[in-house]
Design a protein around this ligand. Structure first.
Ligand code: NAD
Length: 486
């Protein structure tokens, strides 16, 4: 603690360490708008210590039997589950998300990531080819060495562990950098890893700014792969720095995802799904469906029903289990979302509901960053509101005539992360899924995740895939070994 602020430390070589230069960044609680913690503003000197420690740890960790690594990852998962209430509370304080979401989704999923990749360590296989009777080719998959994992603020521990777990399972040593906006649970995770017996240096967690320590990680010559999740602009910058160094790169970037509602859908399921897709986590999930497209024959009825449901969403103190909409993550993001709503009005959009800062009942939240869930109508597909990622509780709604127009509208952005469609016509679902330009398509559901499936986007939504064995392949180099026995 520094004053009444919690002081977060880096995790280097198995120990909590203050940043070498002694500089810290302020960390805010979005629900109150107040600083409640500070996190290291790490520098190159901190990174050098972390890389040295990771380099030293790599031979033993990479040569350990897969089952040994798996056993430690399972202990980490157990540690997350044991501390789940504290982690969920910390995530909500740090991020502003409803505690129900932290308790039911973020923290259980972080434990599931560790459990899943513990199992993957023992299930990971590679190919062998009998070329002729005396020649065998096989693929040796070896860990890369020291790798960097850089994650965003929207699902802090969920996405941090989604990268770190496969990297460790495959035998790498990791320099992890959580978002400076939400550093708390990554720090608690480091403690859990130490308690679980993860050897010093296998995971190092460095806190600090993106342009500072984030960029230094990307540029460090000994860090041979970067797994990044964040904004498209940051991803482009990162690719520009990493490509000349020939690093392996996985980029999970932004989205502007469509939700398509066809006239024959199950109306109740579609309304539930479309609403959750648009406003879960205050619209701050890369997979959120922020462009709602509804077949004209049911458009008005669907729209009116949706508006009445949105108006019923409970915006409130994120620490209250009844709250459905918490705070958005920062003052800058709050301003940027409100600015986007202003632009939508200027572009001719009609605000059907929301459109303003929200005032939750709790006095402790009076200076927090809350925005009413907002639905906007009357905008064409090419305006900036329908083209740029807002990443807040703001969605647009528009009608389409037929399947062809639905697909054209769905595909007309530079992004291609996820799509969702609601229809009872299985032929139509299959046809449309094939035509949508996105890495994921949900049919009659949204954000149902199976950790074995590939996760990632096309177009400006990224390069590469995470998830399942795709992640294990990313975190290993394939070496062809050819044996001639003749
Ligand atoms: P961001 O790009 O600002 O930051 C992401 C991370 O990158 C942070 O840790 C940040 O410190 C770091 N960073 C920033 N500049 C850097 C640089 N020059 N070099 C290295 N690291 C740098 O994104 P954000 O605002 O934290 O997150 C929101 C964005 O993330 C949205 O665009 C959202 O769509 C995207 N996102 C994508 C996925 C996906 O799976 N595709 C998942 C979640 C979020």
């Amino acid at each position: 603690m520094s004053g009444d602020r919690v002081r977060i430390a880096n995790f280097i070589d198995g120990k909590m360490r203050p940043p070498g230069m002694g500089r810290y960044l302020e960390v805010y609680e979005p629900a109150t708008g107040q600083v409640y913690a500070e996190a290291p503003d790490s520098t190159d000197a901190d990174l050098e210590l972390a890389v040295e420690s990771a380099r030293n740890a790599f031979p033993d960790w990479s040569h350990a039997p897969a089952e040994h690594r798996a056993a430690i990852l399972r202990k980490v998962a157990d540690g997350i589950l044991r501390r789940a209430p504290a982690l969920a509370r910390a995530e909500t304080v740090d991020n502003g998300k409803p505690i129900a979401l932290s308790e039911d989704l973020d923290i259980p999923r972080a434990a599931a990531n560790l459990q899943f990749f513990a199992a993957a360590a023992s299930q990971f296989a590679s190919e062998a080819h009998l070329t002729d009777p005396t020649t065998i080719n096989y693929t040796l998959r070896q860990p890369i060495g020291v790798v960097g994992c850089i994650s965003p603020w929207n699902l802090p521990l969920y996405l941090f562990t989604w990268k770190v777990a496969p990297a460790l399972a495959a035998g790498n040593c990791v320099i992890g950098k959580p978002s400076e906006v939400t550093p708390m649970t990554a720090s608690m995770f480091a403690e859990i890893c130490a308690d679980a017996g993860l050897p010093p240096g296998v995971l190092n967690v460095l806190h600090g700014s993106g342009p500072g320590i984030g960029q230094a990680i990307v540029e460090h010559p000994e860090i041979r792969a970067i797994s990044f999740t964040g904004g498209t602009r940051t991803g482009a910058r990162l690719a520009g720095s990493a490509a000349p160094l020939f690093k392996k790169l996985s980029l999970e970037l932004g989205g502007k995802n469509p939700s398509l509602v066809f006239e024959d859908c199950d109306r109740r399921r579609a309304l539930d799904g479309v609403m959750r897709a648009a406003y879960a986590n205050q619209g701050q999930i890369c997979l959120c469906g922020s462009r709602i497209l509804v077949q004209r024959s049911i458009y008005e009825e669907f729209r009116d029903e949706l508006v009445s449901r949105i108006e019923g969403l409970r915006v409130g103190d994120p620490l209250d289990r009844e709250t459905q909409q918490g705070a958005v993550v920062s003052a800058a993001h709050f301003e940027s979302i409100l600015d986007r709503i202003r632009v939508a009005r200027e572009e001719g959009g009609k605000i059907l509901c929301g459109g303003r800062p929200a005032v939750p009942g709790s006095p402790r939240c009076k200076a927090g960053w809350f925005i009413e869930p907002t639905l906007i109508e009357g905008l064409g597909p090419h305006c900036s509101t329908n083209q740029e990622e807002i990443f807040g509780p703001v969605a647009t709604i528009a009608p389409f005539e037929d399947e062809d127009e639905a697909v054209t509208l769905a595909n007309c952005t530079r992004y291609g992360l996820a799509s969702a469609l609601w229809s009872r016509d299985v032929d139509q679902c299959h046809r449309v899924a094939g035509k949508l330009q996105s890495g994921l398509v949900w049919i009659n559901c949204w954000m149902v995740r199976d950790l074995r499936t590939p996760m990632g986007g096309v177009k400006d939504s990224g390069v590469g895939r995470e998830g399942g064995m795709e992640a294990m392949r990313f975190f290993t180099e394939a070496k062809n070994v050819c044996i001639n026995t003749g």
